[in-house]
Design a protein around this ligand. Structure first.
Ligand code: HEM
Length: 112
C-alpha cells in the first residue's frame, strides 16, 4: 500500500512538474509551442489520472480544509488543460497562470 502510494505520488509530481514547467517555458518563449503540445497534454493526462488515484487513496473521506485547497488546485489544473487542448498550444500564458495556482494549492494543502 505504502509502495503504491509513493509510486503514484512520484509519477504525479514528475508529470505535474513537466506539465507546469513546459507551460511556464512556452508562456515566456511564445513561438514553437506546437512541437510540445502532445507531450504536454500527455503529461497533463498522467497528472490528472495519478491525481485522481491519490485523491481516492488519501483524501476520499469527508472533506476538510486540505481537500478544499486541493480541489481549488484541481479546478485550476482542469481549466489549464481545457485552455491548452482547445487553443492547441496558443493559450500558454493563461494556462501558466492557472497552473501556478495549481502548484501553490498542491504544495500548501498538506499544511492547512
Ligand atoms: C487535475 C489535476 C490534479 C489532481 C486531481 C491532483 C491531485 C492531487 C492530490 C489528491 C494530492 C494529494 C496527495 C497526498 O495527500 O499525498 C496531490 C499532491 C500533489 N500534487 Fe497534484 N493534482 C493535480 C495536478 C497537479 C499538478 C499540475 C502539479 C504540478 C506540479 C501537482 C503537484 C502536486 C504535488 C507537488 C503534490 C504533493 C504535495 C505534498 O505531498 O505535500 N498536481 N495532487
Amino acid at each position: 500500500m505504502q509502495a503504491i502510494l509513493v509510486f503514484t505520488l512520484v509519477l504525479h509530481v514528475l508529470s505535474g512538474v513537466f506539465w507546469a514547467g513546459s507551460t511556464f517555458t512556452l508562456a515566456r518563449r511564445g513561438a514553437g509551442a506546437e512541437s510540445l503540445v502532445r507531450p504536454q497534454l500527455g503529461a497533463a493526462a498522467i497528472a490528472v489520472v495519478t491525481g485522481a488515484a491519490l485523491w481516492q487513496l488519501v483524501h476520499s473521506g469527508s472533506p476538510g480544509k486540505t481537500e478544499y485547497i486541493l480541489l481549488a488546485g484541481v479546478v485550476a489544473a482542469l481549466a489549464a488543460a481545457g485552455v491548452q487542448g482547445l487553443s492547441r498550444g496558443n493559450g500558454q500564458r493563461l494556462a501558466a497562470a492557472l497552473l501556478a495556482i495549481t502548484v501553490t494549492c498542491m504544495a500548501a494543502a498538506r499544511y492547512a
